[in-house]
Design a protein around this ligand. Sequence first.
Ligand code: 3PG
Length: 210
Amino acid sequence: MPSLADIERILRLSPVMPVVVIDEPAIAPDLARALLAGGLRTIEVTLRTAAALGAIEAIAREVPGIAVGAGTVLSVEDLRAAANAGATFAISPGATPALLEAGVHAPIPYLPAVATASELMQGLAHGYHCFKFFPAGAAGGTALLKSFAGPFPQARFCPTGGITQETVGTYLALPNVLCAGGSWLSPPEALAARDWGRIEALAAQAARRT
Ligand code: 3PG
């Protein structure tokens, strides 16, 4: 069983966590290889499509150099399915009491999300100190993260939602941010065109933002 500290090690692997939506598991390893070639070592595959669990399995099997996580984990069943598919970690866009409880004992590290001080206090009370901050842009952006630093100096964040290559640097400059997530690294049209060169270039640009 992982310790709650293991998620911090994963979040520190790369400054940017690509958040991807995959419709065909067959393209997942090529996408992961392109991101890895660009210098990124983590990927969050959202459980928003029927292909997601198969994509996680394929990446875990064929691209061992990248840590593949399951995103959009909405239930304890999702968390279990992610672990069974071979995900290295799991991320939610929020949290429920059941997920906070299950995440502590899960076979893979789990990252709950917060958008308010009260949600953060719930997570800290369960022993978590790392959180996704979602939806980062809409919920207050860097100003909110700076405000969290006063009362919650032990909390660390992966902001996600509304972040772009142009704005990611402002998040990464904050001492309580370990990495930032976003979907800008895998534009739907690049995936449709199998344009791995473009995705590698976007990843390389993001990887340099350390
Ligand atoms: C997520 O699930 O983390 C978000 O959908 C990613 O947000 P973005 O598309 O605004 O980057």
